[in-house]
Design a binder for this molecule. Structure first.
Ligand code: GCU
Length: 639
């Protein structure tokens, strides 16, 4: 589904946060590079500065001191408004360039001499596109795929596609994103055939100077599906040779190809389990094929319903993978969603991060708003990701990277909802520096997207963004409720939805477990599924005990009586009503704010109208959630 609200703004990428054009070209001094990619990267940096820097001379300087990473150092002199950007690597100069331009757009108060240094906290800052070769996008809400495979041949791509993808590359580089899986985890075997690899090379060539590496999701059954082997068994020698040949073919075309992302034996995808082999057998076979090129297999832990049928779904990743900890080859990374279920508006963190001590891990966040109103609701996700980081600190845990399921499509404004761009932006900024605050990022994004405006208006919009995720939790599924979405499209409410006719392993129960006595899923060790045991202390004990379980996770871990009193003295039922009400009120207040003259003056007319309409839809939807869920749950109380 693309945005329902048409935009008359036809300028390609018109509304992104990218630097605005300055009136005068800036003077830029930069190093000469013999290497082609390095020279292109520096040429991009120079061009960005020439177009948008409004100060004096900028010098880009490659240096040999400092840590050897893609970081940068910036020195700004107020006397002549000059700046020196230095870095160990050409890509650091590009990142420093974007940082300088961001600073120009967002700096506050009196100018003075300023210096700062920044380096990426995480090695892989990756987008996962769930795009299919036919142009559709799984859980995409902003039009069709950006890739337009039909407009790419082995010799190049159309001008219009090149123009669009160049903006895409700039936007990603400007926030430090450095890797991109171009296709859906439910991968078509087509993606590893020669014609697609040749097209991928063309994309890789375009993205390379921006420091972005391309990756592929692969279908584990590819050789069999393409009729090139008789099986896809990872222990079969012909299958192993097939993948080795495939890797060689890919690296010949794309020497800096990133590697494979794999969803196996999950939701109907083929995998090593089809041949009674383990995930480790499957991942290691692919890892061996990629090893000569120094690259990596990212294996997803989002599996359920295969080997642990009937077990509480949120426990299955740990049950499946913990026994394999230590069995994976060293170029395998396990990638897990932030929560143990599936990108709900709120989940406790996924305990797999506590349970795998020998296997390198990555976190997968979802930028596309599958379960948070898609491209119709204004929900700023940085607070959700920061909440996850407060349990799983990506740096302290030594995560090998962070992946974000992309929310971009071919809609004019890229993401459907104008504010959904802030989630793409925030993802990149947090992957670069997870210690940035949600406030800082919202502030930066607003100023770069809509301009400086007056500080009161900007602060009000910032508050709106910051509270919007909690508002969404409140009007959709407060107090730890989860997965009461309509089956399949995951947009609206359907608390009575998960019925027996749906495949048992996909949706084994009514997750809310409402009955006459109360509401919520008992996951305690004492009387429930025992999921609390998968957590490290102190969370294990905190979550196990209904008295100490944080109220935001109450119904995730406990079946609670309707008249149970929460900390504020209100009963469960009353609190549920309070939360739904609070969510609806918040969205109503966003609409009032949006219609205020100050905001009308701040935001351009087309975007203002678009967001105004979308907020009306969001408010209707929030009310619908409130009525549907409360009516439904009330039915249990009154038996
Ligand atoms: C969710 C989503 C699917 C997706 C899956 C995954 O279940 O609804 O569309 O394929 O996650 O992450 O693999």
């Amino acid at each position: 589904m693309s945005s329902e609200v048409p935009s008359d703004n036809d300028e390609v990428g018109a509304t992104l946060w990218l630097p605005r054009k300055a009136s005068m070209p800036a003077h830029v001094v930069c190093p000469k590079m013999a290497d082609h990619t390095a020279a292109s990267t520096i040429a991009i940096a120079r061009h960005e500065l020439q177009e948008s820097w409004q100060g004096g001379q900028v010098t880009l300087r490659l240096v040999s001191e400092g840590s050897d990473n893609d970081g940068y150092h910036i020195k700004y002199k107020v006397a002549d408004h000059s700046a020196v950007v230095s870095a160990r690597r050409p890509l650091g100069l590009l990142y420093g360039t974007y940082a300088l331009l961001r600073w120009q757009e967002t700096k506050e108060g009196n100018d003075r001499d300023t210096t700062w240094t920044s380096a990426p906290a995480l090695q892989r800052r990756m987008l996962n596109h769930w795009d299919n070769p036919d142009g559709s996008v799984e859980r995409g809400y902003a039009g069709k795929s950006i890739w337009k495979w039909e407009q790419i041949t082995k010799n190049g791509m159309t001008d219009s596609l090149r123009q669009r993808l160049t903006i895409y590359a700039r936007a990603n580089a400007s926030v430090g994103i450095n890797a991109m899986v171009v296709n859906n985890v439910n991968a078509s075997p087509k993606m590893v055939t020669r014609p697609y690899l040749e097209k991928l090379k063309v994309i890789a060539d375009l993205l390379r100077p921006y420091g972005i590496q391309v990756w592929l999701s692969i279908n584990f059954g590819s050789p069999l599906a393409l009729h090139e082997t008789k099986t896809a068994d990872p222990l079969d020698a012909a299958v192993q040779r097939w993948w080795q040949r495939k890797a060689r073919e890919i690296y010949k075309l794309i020497p800096d190809f990133g590697g494979f992302l794999v969803k196996a034996n999950s939701e109907g995808q083929p995998g090593p389990g089809d041949y009674h082999r383990s995930h480790a057998d499957g991942a290691n076979m692919l890892a061996d094929a990629l090893k000569p090129y120094g690259s990596t297999v990212i294996w997803r832990s989002f599996v359920y319903g295969a080997n642990h049928k009937g077990e509480d779904r949120v426990m299955q990743a740990v049950s499946e993978f913990k026994p394999m900890d230590g069995l994976f080859h060293d170029n395998v990374i396990l990638q897990s969603k932030n929560g143990p279920l599936d990108f709900q508006p709120r989940e406790p963190y996924a305990p797999i991060f506590d349970n795998m001590t020998k296997t390198p891990q990555m976190a997968e966040l979802q930028i596309t708003q599958e379960y948070t109103g898609q491209s119709l609701h204004l929900v700023y996700l940085a607070p959700m990701w920061k909440e996850f980081f407060s349990y799983v600190d990506p740096v302290a845990r030594g995560l090998k990277g962070i992946a974000g399921v992309a929310n971009t499509g071919d809609d004019t404004n890229w993401c459907g909802h104008p504010f959904s761009q802030s989630n793409w932006y925030a993802f990149g900024r947090l992957a670069w520096d997870p210690s940035l605050t949600s406030e800082q990022i919202a502030h930066e994004w607003l100023l770069q997207t809509f301009g400086r405006g007056d500080s009161v208006t900007v602060a009000a919009l910032e508050d709106m963004m910051l509270s919007s995720r909690e508002a969404c939790v409140d009007y959709m599924m407060p107090l730890g409720l989860h997965h009461i979405f309509a089956f399949d499209h995951h947009y609206g409410p359907q608390p009575d939805g998960y019925k027996a006719e749906y495949p048992l392993e996909w949706c084994p129960v009514y997750y809310h477990k409402a009955d006459k006595q109360g509401l919520g899923f008992d996951r305690t060790v004492a009387t429930g599924s025992g999921a609390t045991a998968q957590y490290r202390e102190p969370y294990r004990s905190l979550y196990e005990n209904v008295k100490t379980c944080p109220e935001q996770y109450l119904l995730w871990f406990h079946h609670v009586a309707w008249d149970y009193r929460l900390a504020n003295g209100r009963t469960l039922w009353q609190s549920l009503c309070d939360h739904y009400d609070a969510g609806v009120r918040r969205v109503a207040a966003y609409r009032v704010l949006w219609q205020s003259p100050a905001v009308r003056n701040y935001v351009d007319k087309v975007q203002w109208q678009q967001v105004d309409k979308l907020l009306a839809t969001q408010l209707d939807n929030a009310r619908q959630w409130q009525h549907t869920c409360l009516d439904y749950f009330n039915g249990f109380r009154s038996y």
